[in-house]
Design a protein around this ligand. Structure first.
Ligand SMILES: C[S@@+](CC[C@H](N)C(=O)[O-])C[C@H]1O[C@@H](n2cnc3c(N)ncnc32)[C@H](O)[C@@H]1O
Length: 395
């Protein structure tokens, strides 16, 4: 029979798990920790305090979310095939290196390799894809290169030749794709892996669970590993405000595609903080503009609380904001994200449905004021993605 685990033990172990993964403390559910605790909670705590690798790993595994599937976020693969590769060919490139950072069980890394192998005009040996993840079990599954039906989703068709059927509904990754892909155990909080700089970096659906501070550390590592012509991709909910330092949008901001500017392009003037207004300093005429409308100011204040880890204050500020200005869609999304990080999935889903309801009659290109002006389309796609993900998880 399992021993009772005191709340203080759970809280201390959750603090360790947050520090080791980079997760926001609010994103760690006590039940996940409770399940990881063996027969002797005191012994586990002692081992956690001396950073015993087995305990570090089992706590990280307990809190990690490994949801993934082939060709997730199709627009990213379409961008690579239609824009990135043709441009690199024109520039005279003869090889491409890609990194799937936080690759879970490998579906993303193999999808990238399949896309590059089919579209790039170079021999297979010139395509290298590295998948890294914190959880060894995920990497073992990735190296096995066989998958079940859950790795394929109707919403994400197989865009490039990737696998062959084996038995039942199982598939095996094509040998050429497998040979172009390797996997390594790495923590994104550490320095980037050897083998770079990388032309393409995917870090998608990972940072959504991270604290603002850890997310900044990881983004800095990713940018430092990016080649001068490189492109960095996030998931729709990962980094919600502003460009990573030195990068410019490669497509519509909501697609979360960030590239280094071309040498003759104006460079972003200063680092855009995660929750800051646009990266470039405002031109003189804009400096005289009146203060931002009240909801944006209130929203920015709530973001400062989030950055400082003051979740309860942030939650109060956002609740108040949504009551004062119920039509302020960026506030609804922010509140939903906070609820999600707090493990309150159904409250988050309710808020995302509210986002869809309140934007129903608006044109997709209509810009909405917020910490960063973004089109209605961005908020609707974010809400749709969230609700689809929640539905898939509940199946
Ligand atoms: C939701 S999955 C995303 C998989 C894939 N990128 C995708 O979008 O389909 C998040 C992955 O990030 C990994 N992860 C979380 N924290 C990490 C860290 N600090 N370092 C490396 N990987 C981490 C988890 O183990 C998990 O496999």
């Amino acid at each position: 029979m399992k021993k009772h685990v005191p709340e203080e033990t759970i809280a201390e172990l959750a603090d360790y798990a947050a520090a080791w993964t980079g997760f926001s403390r609010d994103a760690i559910l006590p039940d996940a920790i409770r399940r990881a605790v063996g027969r002797d909670p005191d012994e586990m705590l002692r081992r956690a305090r001396r950073r015993d690798p087995a305990v570090v790993h089992s706590l990280c595994q307990a809190v990690s979310v490994g949801e993934t599937f082939f060709f997730r976020h199709q627009e990213h693969f379409k961008y690579i095939a239609s824009q990135f590769l043709p441009k690199r060919v024109e520039q005279g490139a003869t090889q491409v290196r890609a990194w799937s950072a936080g690759c879970a069980t490998g579906e993303e890394a193999y999808s990238l390799a399949a896309c590059l192998l089919e579209v790039a005009p170079w021999p297979p040996g010139s395509i290298e894809v590295l998948g890294t993840d914190l959880i060894e079990r995920n990497l073992t599954a990735a190296r096995a290169a066989t998958y079940g039906a859950w790795s394929k989703r109707a919403s994400a068709p197989i865009l490039h030749p990737l696998c062959h059927p084996i038995e039942g509904d199982r598939v095996r990754i094509d040998e050429r794709v497998r040979k172009a892909t390797r996997f390594e155990n790495r923590n994104l909080l550490d320095e980037p892996p050897a083998g770079g700089p990388f032309d393409l970096i995917f870090c998608r659906n990972v940072l959504v669970y991270f604290s603002a501070k850890a997310s900044r550390t990881v983004v800095a590592h990713l940018v430092s590993a990016l080649a001068p012509w490189g492109v960095l991709f996030f998931g729709p909910m990962d980094v919600t405000h502003g460009a990573p330092h030195g990068l410019v949008p490669g497509a519509r901001p909501e697609e979360q595609i960030w590239r280094r500017p071309d040498p003759d392009e104006p460079r972003p003037a200063k680092p855009a903080r995660r929750h800051a207004a646009p990266a470039a300093p405002p031109p003189p005429s804009q400096k005289k503009m009146p203060a931002p409308p009240e909801p944006v100011a209130l929203h920015l204040r709530a973001l400062r609380h989030i950055d400082r880890g003051e979740r309860h204050v942030a939650e109060r500020a956002l609740t108040e904001l949504c009551q004062l200005v119920p039509d302020y869609v960026p506030g609804l999304v922010e509140r939903a994200l906070l609820k999600m990080r707090n493990g309150e999935q159904s409250a988050a889903a309710q808020l995302m449905r509210e986002v869809l309801r309140r934007t129903e009659k608006l044109g997709p290109e209509e810009m909405l004021a917020g910490p960063e002006p973004l089109p209605v389309r961005f908020y609707r796609e974010s809400a749709d993605n969230f609700l689809r993900g929640a539905e898939e998880l509940s199946r």
